[in-house]
Structures are given as structure tokens and as C-alpha cells.
Design a protein around this ligand. Structure first.
Ligand code: NDP
Length: 429
């Protein structure tokens, strides 16, 4: 790595809603610290390719509707590209581009042999039948048959998709190649090549990196209180596993609102409630509904885990954050404009590309198992994933100390340095 220049805060984003600009402003700061040459900078700043498809789907009413879908492959220098597929009505290309780049940095931070990609379809899966979603998923897979592949590009679930969609994708892709191809996608159901430990992997990585950060800050988990935004896969598992470590979870939330209990929320009870109430906390009585759900972010807790959506911590609320530690379960929960405020307040942030990389790490294990044709035990998955998370945390922490930079920029520095060094060795422009 080149010697450091003086650390500069990322420039505030021009468009407060644009995650691509948020990602780029951090990328620019990190490349400056690294003294990255212009050639490599130019290669890394743009995605390798972006594919836009239009998928005709016969809806249940007999009418054909055309859906727009994307796949952005950001980079493949470290290996086949890896990244989830998001089904949401707000999907847009810049968001998919940012998420694809984050996957490149994420895989590089945890040192797994993957590049980064992301996909998305503009749709509202909550208003579609299972049959419509299946036809859409199969149509998207066919449209991407030359992009996907176990050695090319390996999709996974993201918001709005899960094991069910991955099973359809695997089946459709397998038909196009004439052979069952489990390694083309991860996040599959367990019976068809999914990995033990995948469901909780991202939340577990959040817990492991939170504990590592608490140790650095001299925080005792048993004396630590926390608020977790989002109670889906990442948030509920992070809350459960943190509470098992003695952390008092005082606040949880989903779209129905934020719920506070000064004495700590019983997470198993909250999960059980959600499971029998259409996946929502709506009406949960184990805690009090807060007047304003956004108050969760500025509540009196030591640890804040945003694990829902992008851009929730902004220049408007960052001043009021009380937590000493933020561990980002979601992708891009902090707008770049909030970075200087958070840094000024001395809050440690374990950034998304480090904190939520437990998911892609166990996805990598799933792919390895599929290729080995051999199933690992849950203990083996957990032990290896925890080790990778701890090693990545220590590397990022050491980099932040070495250059006297925030953990977020340090994570980008570690990732970009690895990718850039690989370009140097491979050459070939
Ligand atoms: P889920 O869809 O399982 O859960 C999302 C949760 O966030 C739900 O509880 C949802 O509530 C809630 N939510 C949505 N909007 C808001 C809001 N404005 N305020 C409060 N809560 C809200 O998604 P995941 O848990 O899988 O993903 C969450 C984040 O983590 C995303 O950014 C994703 O990209 C990222 N991530 C996920 C990984 C994974 O392995 N799943 C891996 C790495 C990153 P409701 O249910 O009421 O709609």
C-alpha cells in the first residue's frame, strides 16, 4: 500500500437518495489514501457490465405484463461475481450498481475468491401470487442464462427473494445446461444443496463483528444495551444472537413501528410473535410502540444495528445518535453526508461491507460444498465463518489504526488494495 495522504471526509452526496454516489464518495477517499493509479481507478469505478432485460409474464388474470430486470456485474478479477437478486418496486439501476460494487468490496474484505454483482427486478412481490413470481423468476433466469454460471456469476437472495426463488432459478438454469447445477446459485433450500448455517449467517456475522468492536472499545456485552432496526432475516438473527451474548436489546422495529422495553425485549418471544402474525411485529405487546419509529436510531442505547434499508442515518439525525457503536447489518444504511458527523462524535462504525459479510461468506461455503459434492456440519460452517469475520475485523481495525482513518474507509482501503494488487499481478489491459 502506498503511504497515506491526509484523511479527508467523503464529499457529501449531491443526491441524498443515491446509494451509488454514497458508495463512490467513500471509494474516492480510499483510493486517494491508497494512492491508486488512474488506470486502476478507472477500471474499478465502472461496472464490468450491466444487463437490462424485459421479462414478459402471464399474470393470473391472463394478461401479459412486462417487468424490467437488471444484473450488474461490477468486477470479476478475484473470481466469479457474486450477489443477490432484489425484488422490489423501488429497484433502480444506480442502486443495483452500488450494491454490485459493495459486493466486490465485501468479498475482498473477507478474502473470498469472488467478484461482485447484483440483480434486481422492478416488481412488488407482496401483490403477486406464487405462480406469477415463479414465472417471473424463470423468465429472468432464461434472460440471464449467458450471464449466470457456477464459474461466471452466482446469484443469491436479497430483499424480496429467498430459498423458494433460488430453487426456481436453479431448476430453470439446470434445464438450459441439461444438467443439475446446484453451484449456480446460493441460498437454496437445505434439501437441494443449501448450507447449514446460511439462514443465520448474516446476523451471526453482525454479532461476531459487534463483539469484536466492543472488545476494542472496552464494552462488556452484559452491560451493553442495543437497538436493532429491521426484524427480518438480518435484524432478527442479529438481535437473537446478541441477546444470547448478554446484550440487552431495548428496541426492535419493522415497518409496523419501533418497540421499546427498558428491561430488554425477549427476542425469542418477539420472533415467535412475528411468525404467527404474517411476519410483522404489529400489535406486539412485549414492548411499547414508540410514537416515531425513526426515534429508534437516536434512542438511549450503547449499540445501534441498522438492519433494514439504505440511507436511514443521515446528516439530519446523525447529531442525535447516542450509541457509541454502530454495526451496519443493512447495505448502505448510512448516507455519506452523515459520515463526518459520526466521526466527529467519535462513534465507531463497523461498516456494512465488513459487518454483513457473514452472509456472502457462508454463501461461498455453500458453493464450495456444492462443488465438492460434500456437506459440511453446522459446527464446521460456524467455526470457519466466525474465524473469517474475526480476521477481517482485525485487518480492517489495524488499517484504521495505521492510517488513522475511520473503520469504513479502512474497509474500503483493505478491499480496493486487494483488488488493485490482483490487477497488478494479472496485468493484461
Ligand atoms: P428482510 O426482507 O428479511 O427484512 C427487512 C426488515 O426490515 C423487515 O423487518 C422489514 O419490515 C424492515 N423494514 C423495511 N423498511 C423499514 C423501515 N423503513 N424501518 C424499519 N424497518 C424496516 O431483509 P434482510 O434482513 O435480508 O435484509 C436487510 C438488509 O440487510 C438489506 O439492506 C439487505 O441488503 C442486507 N443484507 C442482507 C443479507 C442477507 O443475508 N439476508 C446479506 C447482506 C446484507 P417488514 O417485514 O415489516 O416489511
Amino acid at each position: 500500500m502506498a503511504a497515506t495522504t491526509v484523511y479527508k471526509e467523503p464529499a457529501p452526496r449531491v443526491d441524498a437518495e443515491n446509494p451509488l454516489e454514497s458508495m463512490m464518495s467513500r471509494f474516492n477517499v480510499a483510493t486517494e489514501i491508497l494512492g491508486l493509479d488512474d488506470e486502476t481507478y478507472n477500471v474499478l469505478k465502472a461496472p464490468d457490465k450491466q444487463i437490462i432485460v424485459h421479462i414478459p409474464v402471464t399474470m393470473d388474470n391472463g394478461k401479459v405484463r412486462v417487468f424490467e430486470g437488471y444484473r450488474v456485474v461490477h468486477n470479476t478479477i478475484l473470481g466469479p461475481s457474486k450477489g443477490g437478486i432484489r425484488y422490489d418496486k423501488n429497484v433502480h439501476l444506480d442502486e443495483v450498481k452500488a450494491l454490485a460494487a459493495w459486493m466486490t468490496w465485501k468479498c475482498a474484505v473477507v478474502d473470498i475468491p469472488y467478484g461482485g454483482a447484483k440483480g434486481g427486478i422492478i416488481c412488488d412481490p407482496t401483490t403477486m401470487s406464487a405462480g406469477e413470481i415463479e414465472r417471473l423468476t424463470r423468465g429472468y433466469t432464461l434472460a440471464m442464462k449467458d450471464v449466470f454460471g457456477p464459474d461466471r456469476d452466482i446469484p443469491a437472495p436479497d430483499m424480496g427473494t429467498g430459498p423458494r426463488e433460488m430453487a426456481w432459478l436453479m431448476d430453470e438454469f439446470s434445464k438450459t445446461v441439461g444438467a443439475t447445477s446446484p453451484a449456480v446459485v446460493t441460498g437454496k433450500p437445505l434439501v437441494m444443496g443449501g448450507s447449514l448455517g446460511r439462514t443465520e449467517a448474516t446476523g451471526r456475522g453482525v454479532m461476531v463483528s459487534a463483539l469484536a468492536a466492543m472488545k476494542k472499545l472496552g464494552m462488556d456485552p452484559k452491560q451493553t444495551s442495543a437497538a436493532v432496526q429491521g426484524f427480518g432475516n438480518v435484524g432478527s438473527w442479529a438481535a437473537k444472537l446478541l441477546s444470547e451474548q448478554g446484550v440487552k436489546i431495548k428496541c426492535i422495529s419493522d415497518v409496523s413501528g419501533a418497540y421499546w422495553n427498558e428491561n430488554g425485549i425477549n427476542i425469542d418471544e418477539a420472533v415467535a410473535y412475528k411468525n404467527v402474525h404474517k411476519g410483522r411485529l404489529d400489535g406486539y405487546t412485549g414492548a411499547t410502540l414508540m410514537d416515531n419509529a425513526d426515534d429508534l436510531l437516536t434512542s438511549e442505547v450503547d449499540l445501534l444495528v441498522p438492519a433494514a434499508v439504505e440511507d436511514v442515518i443521515t446528516e439530519h439525525n446523525a447529531h442525535d445518535i447516542k450509541a457509541k457503536l454502530i454495526v451496519e447489518g443493512a447495505n448502505g444504511p448510512t448516507a455519506a453526508s452523515a459520515d463526518p458527523i459520526i466521526n466527529e462524535k467519535g462513534i465507531m462504525v463497523v461498516p456494512d461491507i465488513l459487518a454483513n459479510s457473514g452472509g456472502v461468506t457462508v454463501s461461498y461455503f455453500e458453493w464450495v460444498q456444492n462443488r465438492q459434492g460434500f456437506k459440511w456440519s453446522e459446527d464446521m460452517v460456524t467455526e470457519r465463518a466466525d474465524r473469517i469475520m474475526n480476521e477481517a475485523f482485525e485487518k480492517v481495525y489495524a488499517t484504521s489504526q495505521k492510517y488513522n482513518i475511520p473503520m469504513r474507509i479502512a474497509a474500503y482501503v483493505v478491499a480496493i488494495d486487494k483488488v488493485a494488487q490482483t490487477y497488478k499481478f494479472r496485468g493484461g489491459f
